[in-house]
Design a protein. Structure first.
Lengths: 413, 413
């Protein structure tokens, strides 16, 4: 396991007045209402309503009465502070080979994060044990307490739709369904749980990080052990009729000949997933077995590796071109660990995308790589449980988020 | 010009109470408030508010006082009726070679429609002259009056975005921009005008005709002189960041080699537009010059024509498969005049789509052909000006629809 330094992810969602109060308390410590009103620029009346609500919900507490510094003759002013034990939110991103967790406080700031690896083949029970241990470790290092955890967002690999009945076909080959995971987390933490596809959560986080300048229409493509994607269209995260929207890994690429785990032939995933990138290098005689090997060959500018990355990047760019021609997004975000390792792939994808859309200049979106990296899925899961972004309007997984019903019996034993 | 029988297009938009009142008056003629309340199942109080609003807006009128049939000793009951001269809505769909118009009354029923042909090369001024003459003809046959026209929806070919500045690249080759068309209609009819891409309007109409059972996530593809499309995603008509969403005619198809008017090579339009279908038949030795020729060869089961239609249908289905993999729609609608002429093309498209999505069964959408035919664009234009469908939430062309400002000077002289 590795516990990394918390990173600041400001402005995850649009700041409300309440957010501004929480941020002020987080950044400045305990403040009187009068000081708070000055800091956040709100009237005493408005502020009073907000602090009243936050106190009632246990997000903030009265820490002392500021008797020493009182200047007038009235009642001593109370000082307010964040309750460190309350208002925490947990985001969990289950990948095929690792789990990533992030914790946000009531001010929506990411205050801790960490990841742990596991074998691709282990069952959900074992993944959960690893994950719960990681969460303990992350929280103990930060001195956090999960007694007052408000909500948990959980990203899982593969299609996930709360609104549809799981069918055998939805598990897509070797992946077992993650049914019951919501109940397992609810039993452990006693908090509200939202589950969705982890790449969709990552797309949400990336769109939020782009913000109002282009985050309303975003295609997110993630190259990892598999290839997945997520869509924000017209300012809303898109789920699709069966929870499958954004599965760009399974669009056909021109000339693709390899069988895909999904049952089709020539899917983008059979070309651009990390294991396929490494395998193609080996097929052309370069001995690379993981991303560290690839990074090493890129650093010494191996011409065969460069050619492989450019070929695959071209296929990625052409697939993105088709998606962009269909959706006319303002931004495309390319993510996944290989993105930082293989700039040649990113460059080739950008070139191919530009070529595909060259004749239709208004269709050309901004093209960027992920700014959130491997934390995107967990951050997006937290953003989803915050439920405050317009991007989540009508989002079924969030709107319906409740504690699991008895009929949703766990498949995890 | 041809003026066709009006067709009934019920339930264009979700019926509100107001709609139910209007429909009752349309179907049953003049009614007293008491009769209306019984027919539509509303309380007298609610009904009174609705009829008051409709009377104030001139949508209905008091036609007589029902003194003869009064049973009590109170004031004679007024009878209400639709004002035939008011509450009319005009939808216009400009194609490359024909214009289609439709007229709806205040009850949202299509009461008249017609079409006229023109040469592809004529300018917008000449198209407008043809169109205005057609509108006169349609209205005189129906005895309608446009003095009280409420609004006009206008579909134009090619990309159209109210929210972006037109750029040279947006006219896509030979098409001149349709700027100023809104002002020309406003000058003529003095009504509110909404302009958008005609295929997007057709997609709206098709999604509305599917209704709540699958109209929330729809891909519409239209094969005509060009190939266009429109998207309804998550219950909303999608415009895209530059008004280009749904341009499925310009996604690349595998093996496509012909240059497209957009500047790219191998676009779906270079394979599946009607002129390309006819040209492919000729390249394989069958003399067909228009859809009537094609219909004749299909009727005699010409094997070469059948092969051409199946090949092209396959390409259409594969392109739809990619779009469906990206968007996970509940329904796909294939439209355009060739659809009724060439069932083999439709069958092949359905088969290819099913093959593409076979391994991911929850992704398989309902596949159907257009039920509205050539009238879809005009019907969708009317639906857009009704502004009452949730599908149009945040739809910029509708929300911003106002009379043209003086700075939007016409390019039509």
């Amino acid at each position: 396991m590795s516990v990394v330094k918390p990173i600041g992810v400001h402005a995850l969602v649009r700041r409300t007045h309440e957010d501004r109060v929480l941020v002020a308390l987080r950044e400045r410590g305990a403040l009187s209402r009068s000081e708070l009103a000055t800091v956040v620029g709100l009237s005493r009346t408005t502020l009073s309503e907000i602090t009243g609500s936050l106190l009632a919900r246990g997000a903030i507490i009265v820490v002392d009465t500021d008797a020493t510094s009182r200047s007038g003759s009235g009642r001593p002013a109370e000082r307010l502070a964040l309750d460190p034990r309350s208002g925490q939110y947990l985001g969990v991103d289950f990948g095929h080979r690792r789990v990533q967790v992030a914790v946000a406080d009531a001010s929506h700031e990411i205050i801790a994060s960490g990841s742990a690896r596991y074998d691709d083949g282990i069952d959900w029970r074992a993944r959960l044990d690893t994950t719960f241990a990681l969460i303990e470790e992350v929280s103990s290092e930060r001195g956090t307490h999960f007694g007052a955890l408000q909500a948990v967002g959980i990203g899982v690999p593969g299609p996930y739709a709360r609104t549809t009945t799981a069918e055998p076909g939805m598990s897509w080959g070797r992946r077992e369904p993650a049914e019951g995971i919501d109940e397992a987390f609810h039993d452990r933490f006693g908090a509200r749980v939202v589950v969705d596809n982890n790449t969709r959560f990552a797309a949400l986080a990336e769109a939020l990080s782009i913000g109002s300048s282009g985050g309303d229409d975003v295609i997110y493509l993630r190259l990892s052990d598999g290839v997945g994607g997520g869509l924000v269209i017209g300012g809303r995260l898109v789920v699709g009729s069966a929870g499958l929207a954004g599965e760009l890994g399974h669009v056909a690429v021109a000339g693709g000949t390899r069988s895909c785990r999904c049952g089709k032939t020539g899917c983008l995933e059979t070309v651009a997933a990390t294991p396929e990138i490494l395998a193609e290098c080996r097929r052309r005689g370069v001995d690379v077995n993981d991303l560290d090997d690839l990074r090493r060959e890129v650093a010494r500018a191996h011409p065969v590796v460069d050619a492989v990355l450019r070929d695959i990047g071209g296929a990625v760019g052409r697939a993105l071109g088709t998606a962009a021609m269909t959706l006319n997004p303002s931004s495309i975000v390319l993510g996944g660990p290989v993105v930082d390792v293989a700039p040649a792939l990113v460059d080739a994808a950008r070139s191919a995308l530009r070529f595909e859309l060259a004749s239709i200049s208004p269709a050309l979106p901004d093209f960027r790589t992920s700014t959130l990296g491997d934390l995107a899925g967990a951050v997006g899961a937290i953003a989803a449980v915050f439920r405050e972004s317009p991007l989540l309007a009508n989002y079924p997984g969030v709107a319906d988020a409740v504690t699991p019903s008895p009929t949703m019996r766990s498949s995890i034993r």
